[in-house]
Design a protein around this ligand. Structure first.
Ligand code: SAH
Length: 233
């Protein structure tokens, strides 16, 4: 795969001027030269094979040669809702969910959650989504939603019919046989969901799921469930 670059501007076949941090990166870090080939994407589902025409310190002239739509998305909604873990573990979680094809990430606030991200933190995580998308070839960005209370989220009427919440105290229910369908997955904070929060979810059509006898970190639980829902069979 040629090196991939993200831009938030509209793209179409023909000449294009790249400015800002990505242009600087291309010119001074990657040291691209005229005639080099790169791939641009902007999250619209397409990728744009391009040739470098001219390079200065501040901008790059490109010629977009073609526009393709490779099939790298799941084809169904895969929404993952979880409190953000602390520090670098939040970036790790977002990177892996992006790679696995999750379409949406919903940061949760719940009774026992400890990290309460500000919008700036969520913006930074959007950057992680872009970096992961560059690397894994996604041309549609995983959407990061605003922070929401679990009690409010779990009752939303527009959620997919298949709603699974990982619950360490669940003893019977396991992940069901997989079939491709819109799915939302929820994972609790390190202290777990409270009994009332679990009751509320069950009352709103969520199925509580056991992931086995060991207590997983919330990001391990989230990544394992996203792999269950996102990997091809
Ligand atoms: N002491 C907490 C554990 C929290 S682990 C408790 O008893 O609930 C953080 C989250 O990861 C949990 O809320 C749950 O969503 C998920 N999780 C971790 N291990 C799990 C397991 N074995 N089965 C189901 N969910 C698990």
């Amino acid at each position: 795969m040629s090196e991939r670059f993200y831009t938030n501007s509209a793209l179409s076949v023909g000449p294009m001027l790249l400015q800002g941090p990505e242009a600087h990166h291309l010119a001074t870090v990657c040291r691209f030269r005229p005639q080099d080939r790169i791939v641009l994407f902007n999250g619209d589902g397409h990728e744009y094979k391009s040739e470098v025409v001219a390079v200065t310190r501040k901008q790059i002239e490109l010629l977009i040669l073609n526009c393709e739509r490779p099939d790298r998305e799941l084809g169904y909604r895969l929404e993952v809702a979880a409190p953000l873990p602390k520090g670098d573990r939040a970036d790790f979680l977002i990177e892996k969910l992006t790679e696995l094809g999750a379409t949406d990430f919903v940061p949760l606030h719940s009774e026992r959650s400890v990290v309460h991200p500000r919008e700036t933190k969520l913006d930074r995580l959007q950057r992680t989504v872009i970096e992961a998308s560059k690397q894994c070839g996604r041309n549609v960005l995983m959407r990061i939603h605003s922070l929401i209370e679990w009690n409010q989220y779990c009752r939303l009427s527009e959620l997919p019919a298949r709603r699974l919440v990982a619950h360490a105290e669940e003893e019977e229910e396991r992940l069901p046989a997989f079939d491709k369908q819109d799915t939302c997955l929820a994972i609790g904070p390190e202290g777990g969901f409270s009994a009332e929060e679990i009751d509320q979810a069950r009352g709103s059509g969520w199925l509580t799921i056991s992931l086995g006898a060991r207590t997983l970190r919330l990001e391990t639980a989230a990544i394992a469930m996203a792999a269950w829902a996102g990997l091809p069979r």
